[in-house]
Design a protein around this ligand. Structure first.
Ligand code: UDP
Length: 239
């Protein structure tokens, strides 16, 4: 069952269920999409109905940000738990390392995906990385073809939102992969070029604040967060 937060339906499931479903989809014919929207993306969906239907059409819609949890709670339809995209990716890789499937890493600056691949293969012995490609390409078709040639069943698409969601919707089927996951800045973390917030920030739901402190240029994007809360309050008022 999905829980609606300002027009985006989120799967109300646990991390274990999300990973089990991700694995199942990765072994099922067709190109399946996983998205992990935060309040910023929900706001983008409010402005862009085509993006909204694309996001709602995904096979898994995971609530990445603490803001989504607050929003759902304020609207009287709480979600069970936060499902950060990066933790979903880690759990999925651990499961893939024990079982079948191969992974392609797409996105970030040149060199980052390769370094991430080296580190991930060490962290998850048995994980098979089929290939990598940076996220600053001009033509899409050759990239989709490279993924097809690699034979990957799962692709982490890390181009930032909403570019990655649009890319998956348009090019996912051409890659031949069964599961494509939009994961923003995850490759920067997996490669060691960016550190994830300390645990205390994660526990308090303040990961966004840590990212803002590290990169103050994010402030423009983060102004969408108060806007999101205003819209949630407005929606609650209508109920
Ligand atoms: N990126 C990319 N191609 C682009 C634009 C961005 O590969 O055309 C990468 C960028 O290098 C970074 C990621 O996409 O690794 C976006 O990271 P960000 O932290 O902005 O994403 P978020 O997790 O906040 O969605």
């Amino acid at each position: 069952m999905r829980i609606d937060v300002l027009g985006v339906g989120f799967d109300n499931i646990t991390m274990d269920q999300a990973v089990a479903e991700g694995l199942r989809l990765s072994q099922t014919e067709g190109a399946h999409m996983v998205v992990t929207p935060n309040p910023e993306i929900v706001e983008l969906c409010r402005e862009d109905p085509a993006l909204r239907s694309l996001v709602n059409g995904a096979d898994l819609v995971l609530p990445d940000g603490i803001g989504i949890l607050y929003g759902a709670k304020l609207l009287g339809t709480p979600l069970r738990q936060r499902l950060p995209g990066i933790e979903f990716a880690q759990a999925l890789m651990a499961a893939m390392a024990r079982g079948e499937g191969t992974l392609f890493l797409l996105g970030a600056k040149p060199g980052v995906a390769e370094e991430a691949a080296r580190r991930l293969e060490r962290t998850y012995p048995g994980l098979k990385i089929a290939g990598t490609h940076d996220g600053y390409f001009q033509e899409d078709a050759p990239v989709a073809e490279a993924i097809r040639q690699s034979g990957a069943t799962v692709v982490f698409v890390c181009l930032g939102a909403p570019k990655q969601e649009k890319w998956i919707a348009q090019w996912g089927p051409a890659t031949g992969a069964h599961l494509l996951v939009g994961l923003g800045g995850c490759l920067d973390v997996f490669s060691g070029s960016v550190k994830r917030a300390p645990r205390v920030f994660q526990r308090l739901g303040l990961e966004w604040l840590h990212r803002l402190m590290k990169d103050p240029r994010r402030i423009g994007r983060m102004m969408k967060l108060p806007l999101f809360m205003v819209h949630v309050a407005g929606e609650k008022g209508k109920k």
